[in-house]
Design a protein around this ligand. Structure first.
Ligand code: NAD
Ligand code: GLY
Length: 396
């Protein structure tokens, strides 16, 4: 079973991420091993949909390890990732009398993980956090690297902390029940990591999608391995993604704003400048975050090619890989100008200047100051990407 270690500046906070089918059965034992010997109480934060599917196994494992478990439910969806929800969870955690030596365990996708991690970082100035991510996006991206947070009126994830988990257990068996759209959204984030992480990671992801997917339902089919061998291949792919992100985090844990080299944490924002604007102009209701990233990557790659940075062949390869992930919901009716006018709210701006994460080639990102990207190229890139959902899935 692959395990990836995440090394951070304070080595006492280093942690392991275990990946494989059935890891949830070991959560109790794993927590016993990784956390304080004084740990007695656990608040298990989840939503009702995920808990109904996977809560019993996790609860059993925790109680078998002699932890006293209080379950705390939050609403399902991005709109519940708020201060108000965090405050309610803090209240329930306090009512359950968790002490500094106790722990919060998150069971769910990125929304549950980000919010539960946020609460864990605040309660008694920070207690142990364990993450059990259950979506593809959360398994390869949001559960790695310690970013926690909530959305506010000022923007998505605009309030948050860095608080690393003590342990992350990725149970690949949970991916079988993901909806097709959540699977596609996760694959888009995987393609993003390949596009900036290196051609090997990109090819590994593309080959997996090509072999395991099918033309009608690529995202979902690829997450239901039919043999031990297929299951091991999926675990190894996820481990490669987690290792990529762990490496970026080890190198630039707090996303140093002075850095704009091709290994800075900021490169993870590839596709996100347009994605966040697209999500905002559609009131966060129309696109899954990963779907918006699909469009955002297309826009950033198109801009890269129009600036003569990225070869046209690489742009085509990226397009066909996104098509392999599954269909994105249509976006052709979204007003390009409206998306353009939201770009200025990008929270990755530094000194009032937006930084584009573009591509020099597949696997090699380049951070470019907005002053070096003419407006007409940005507009053409966004327009072209929003009209690209009809790109046919390639099977070879
Ligand atoms: P999500 O948490 O809303 O989950 C998507 C849907 O899938 C939800 O309805 C959820 O209940 C359901 N679900 C979860 N696991 C399931 C399973 N195994 N089977 C069936 N249904 C399941 O969304 P997400 O895509 O996981 O995460 C998006 C969030 O992650 C955003 O808030 C984003 O800001 C955040 N994020 C954080 C980081 C970070 O570094 N912290 C990185 C990327 C994204
Ligand atoms: N998902 C962006 C980051 O972790 O930095």
């Amino acid at each position: 079973m692959p395990t990836v270690s995440v090394n951070v500046a304070r080595s006492s906070e280093n942690y392991d991420i275990e990946i494989g089918g059935g890891t949830h059965e070991r959560v109790g034992a794993s927590l016993r091993q990784a956390a304080s010997a004084h740990l007695r109480r656990v608040a298990l934060v989840s939503n009702k949909r995920v808990f109904k599917l996977y809560g019993a196994a996790v609860e059993t494992s925790l109680t078998q390890a002699r932890f006293s478990v209080t379950t705390v439910f939050i609403g399902d969806g991005e709109r519940f990732k708020t201060w108000r929800t965090a405050e309610k969870v803090l209240t329930q955690v306090a009512q359950a009398k968790l002490e500094r030596s106790d722990a919060i365990v998150a069971l769910g996708g990125g929304v549950v993980g980000d919010l539960a991690g946020f609460v864990a970082s605040l309660y008694l100035r920070g207690i142990t956090f364990v993450n059990l991510p259950t979506t593809l996006l959360a398994q390869i991206d949001s559960s790695v690297g310690g970013k926690t947070g909530v959305n506010t009126a000022h923007g998505k994830n605009s309030t948050g902390t860095f608080h690393h988990p003590r342990r992350v257990l990725i149970d690949t068996a949970t991916l079988r029940t993901l909806s097709r759209r959540d699977a596609v959204a996760g694959w888009c984030e995987a393609i993003k990591q390949g596009a900036i992480g290196g051609i090997e990671l990109f090819e590994m992801t593309r080959n997996y999608l090509r072999d395991a997917g099918d033309a009608d339902n690529a995202g979902g089919a690829a997450l239901s391995p039919k043999s031990e061998q297929e299951s091991a291949r999926l675990s190894n792919l996820l481990a490669a993604h987690v290792a990529f992100k762990a490496d970026i985090v080890a190198n630039d844990e707090r996303e140093n704003i002075e850095r704009d080299d091709h290994r800075s944490r900021r490169i993870l924002n590839f596709g996100h400048t347009v994605a966040h604007a697209l999500e905002a102009v559609t009131a966060y209701r129309r696109f899954r975050h990963g779907e918006a990233v699909g469009y955002g990557m297309l826009a950033a790659a198109e801009i890269s090619t129009r600036l003569n940075l990225l070869p046209e062949t690489d742009l085509q390869t990226l397009r066909s890989c996104i098509a392999l992930a599954g269909n994105l919901p249509p976006a052709a009716d979204v007003d390009t100008e409206a998306v353009m006018s939201r770009l200025k709210f990008d929270k990755k701006s530094v000194g009032g200047t937006l930084k584009w994460v573009l591509l020099k080639q597949l696997g090699v990102p380049q951070i470019v100051d907005e002053t070096d990207v003419p407006r007409h190229i940005i507009k053409a890139g966004i327009h072209s990407s929003l009209n690209a959902s009809a790109v046919p899935a390639l099977t070879s």
